[in-house]
Design a protein around this ligand. Structure first.
Ligand code: FRU
Length: 493
């Protein structure tokens, strides 16, 4: 155990960050209001917590390259979830259990205990016979500088489970115990394993909290488990089920047996770029989730890391969303109200009937904006409603609502010359009388929320600044908007 080596590796990482930082000023694809790392590569949100009056984001971070490798934990704090201050790297590979160049300090979570901030993360190494993942502990008195626990790892994979697939501890407190859920794989099926502890150091296995019978894949990355009302939610990013990047289950928890039974399931986001969400409870009693705006399935692995790679950075987080439990035990995911702090130049239209037409709309500079639309379906006859976003002379991203076939789509096959694919979801049309749509556009991503925030698509679009025209299209009939409001979004990143 060498605290000195951890310190040295953090300092080395900081030097690289400082060297790259000036380059970010000329980077054209950097987001303006979505959270990003200072440079380099970012993936999952980790250790999200509201601690001593501030929001803390930690994140999977490779400061040395703009692609995935040797995982560190980056760290930033905020008073309001939109303005961020970067802090020194919190964790760097330094120990035999987490120092492999294709491993490192993998995803995990945080918790406050006795006034200190504890991180639980997966150490990933390779002693020569394949990857070994174990759960490890680190602690901080000041919320900035962390020490790894001298008796790490605190949990190793149980017999019969793959050591290479045992990761992403999420910890919470219930009555007198700390509990932890971890993703695991056995007999080619995904399992969520439940542990408990009184002190975060000694853990006992409780039960398999929930598992896949095949229909939910062979491994669950970043499982998260939390109460909502009198129900519990389990969410995870399943591997081996293709387009399903993040799934939620709603049901009941029995702490006596350590079993979760569920009766409702859904998608948190249907888009291509939403993965590994993590939740936390904030100072206002909200359950907020934050995710990585990307998904492994869609990355052209090890070949092409995307347009921002050339600018020496890659990856961002999606907008923080508040989780709300609905009466039918489904969930909705509402962008946090703090996003409104970034609004400027409000434009409001009321009672607009768009009939077989393509009309431009104004929103900020046409690149970074929010749009909210309310449609009266009882006065709408069109077969399709489309939003053509971030258009140049030749390219566009198309969000379409097929009111006849009840389908929503996000098509980016002609968006930017790089991004591909059409994400689709069933369109419920809410109560059949109204349809609410909310769109956030940023420099290199679009997030769309529909059906009262239950039907959401996030997609990256690497469109440059001449893609700044935006339109609404009503096809084969009319669309009646009771309200269309747009705001420009200020630059804070
Ligand atoms: C999810 C994930 C996690 C892992 C981390 C490694 O994106 O694969 O399961 O801990 O990323 O960076």
């Amino acid at each position: 155990m060498s605290q000195a080596l951890l310190k040295e590796n953090i300092e080395k990482a900081q030097e690289k960050i400082d060297a790259d930082k000036p380059l970010m000023k000329n980077a054209k694809m950097r987001q303006r209001f979505h959270f990003m790392a200072e440079q380099g590569w970012i993936n999952d949100p980790n250790g999200l917590i509201f601690f001593r009056g501030k929001y803390h984001f930690f994140y999977q971070y490779n400061p040395y390259d703009a692609y995935w490798g040797a995982m560190h934990w980056g760290h930033a704090v905020s008073d309001d979830l939109v303005h961020w201050e970067y802090l020194p790297v919190a964790l760097a590979p330094s120990e035999h259990y987490d120092d492999h160049k294709e491993g490192g300090c993998f995803s995990g979570s945080s918790i406050e205990h006795d006034g200190k901030l504890y991180l639980l993360y997966t150490g990933t190494t390779n002693y020569g016979e394949g990857f070994v993942q174990t759960q490890c502990l680190a602690c901080s008195e000041d919320g900035v500088n962390f020490k790894k626990y001298e008796n790490n790892p605190v949990i190793t994979a149980p017999d019969g489970y793959e050591q290479a697939n045992f990761r992403d501890p999420k910890v919470w407190k219930h009555e007198e115990y700390f509990y932890m859920v971890c993703g695991a794989k056995k007999d080619n099926l995904a399992k969520a394993l439940l542990y408990r502890s009184k002190n975060l150091k000694e853990w006992e296995f409780v039960n398999v909290l929930a598992e896949s019978r095949g229909e939910l894949g062979y491994m669950w990355e970043c499982p998260d488990f939390y109460p909502m009302g009198d129900k519990y939610v389990l969410m995870f990013s399943p591997m081996g089920v293709h387009e399903r990047t993040t799934v939620y289950l709603v049901g009941d928890m029995d702490y006596e047996t350590g079993k979760f039974t569920y009766n409702s399931t859904g998608e948190i986001d249907w888009g291509f770029d939403f993965y590994a969400p993590q939740s936390f409870l904030d100072g206002k009693g909200r359950r907020i989730i934050v995710s990585w705006a990307n998904a492994w399935d869609w990355m052209p692995w090890w070949k092409d890391w995307g347009p921002s790679f050339k600018e020496k950075w890659c990856g961002a987080f999606n907008i923080p969303r508040e989780v709300v439990l609905c009466e039918d035990n489904t969930l909705k995911f509402v962008p946090v109200e703090e996003m409104a702090l970034l609004h400027y130049d409000e434009k409001r239209l009321e009672n607009v009937n768009v009939y077989n037409q393509k009309i431009p709309f104004e929103a900020g500079d046409g690149i970074a904006y929010e749009l909210r639309a309310k449609i009266d379906l009882t006065k709408t006859t069109a077969k399709r409603l489309k939003f053509l976003l971030r258009c140049s002379d030749k390219e566009q991203s198309v969000i379409s609502f097929d009111l006849e076939k009840a389908e929503m789509k996000f098509d980016r096959n002609n968006a930017d010359g790089w991004s591909k694919g059409v994400s689709r979801s069933p369109l419920k049309k809410q109560d059949k009388k109204t349809l609410d749509i909310c769109i956030f556009s940023d420099q290199s991503s679009i997030e769309v929320f529909a059906d009262d925030y239950k039907n959401n698509h996030s997609g990256n679009v690497f469109a440059d600044n001449n893609h700044n025209r935006n339109y609404i299209v009503a096809d084969e009939g009319s669309v009646y908007f009771t309200e269309i409001i747009t705001w420009g979004m200020k630059t804070v990143m």
